[in-house]
Design a protein around this ligand. Sequence first.
Ligand code: CP
Length: 357
Amino acid sequence: MPVNHLIDLNDWSRQNWEKIIRLALEIERNPRQFYGRMEGKILAALFYEPSTRTQNSFKSAMMRLGGQCLGFSNPQNSSVAKGETLADTIRIMNGYADIIAIRHPMEGAAKAAAAYSSCPVINAGDGGHLHPTQTLTDLVTLTRETGRLDNLTVGICGDLKYGRTVHSLIKALTQFPNNRFILISTKELAIPAYIRVLLNAAGCQYQEVSSLTEVIGDLDVLYMTRIQQERFQSEEEYQRQKHIYILDTEKMSLARPTMKVLHPLPRVDEITPEVDDDPRAVYFKQAHYGVYTRMALIITLLEEDGFVSAPFRGTPHSDEPCSNPNCITHSESYLKKSYLETSNMLMCEYCEHKKLI
Ligand code: CP
């Protein structure tokens, strides 16, 4: 019997996302109706990287459903510090919990964890790669706040290179008709090549620009992001990129009255505190919708069938190292490398990085 997992939202049909969005909104309307639904179930929250929202909204979701939680928020306080592999940690947790939410600094870590798990694994963020539960939260927020997931002009501003929430959100919104993207960043922090390929393949209109002021008036949605200091190779590089994009009341005065501002949070300085009082700023509501979204996700993964992740399909080139230094196959060297071959390229099935052959 295949096990349900959420590794990449694009492993599932759009109908499956819509089912979870509908359930999240139903829970928001009447949360008490769902209290006790997960009584006797345990969530393992394995956080190899810091988190406030994702970790605690998962725990809050499981507790509101009547279940319980265990895990770690700092791997240094677990046997990871003694050298335990990811595979062994997952095998052990399978005996202690019914569902696992994992955040890890290496890209492809959740897919690797799922390969060793007999219970559902949820990707709570894998390095700079994906953050699908944030994206589900973003889709719930957009549905709730704009009434639709199509025909949107979406501006995404800031760190489009390392921002995993950006990658997951673009991947998701390309699946709905007539969405248009305005990607606002410096050249150094532009979207990775694989996202450009995906946008082109989906036939989506997109522009890459450097000025927020020039485009803010065209947007239905502005998705602000933090410059991800922890993912830069050098401090100098980060210093050159920080403080470039700041949303303030002056820029908000150029935006449409109906525009909504989202941010996955945490913020550093990219939105000034004065903007918080603008009714178009919905990022704190967005974080609250995250609890309903994760309640819906836990119920679905533990009660429904057909929410599986894409299987490994690549076989050849198993000795070829992945070209991405942040790929999980480097830190967990026992993992079977797996690539999909596309014309003259190999794409790693864990982190989706491509290399020429
Ligand atoms: N949005 C988000 O992932 O926040 P945390 O890093 O606090 O979990």
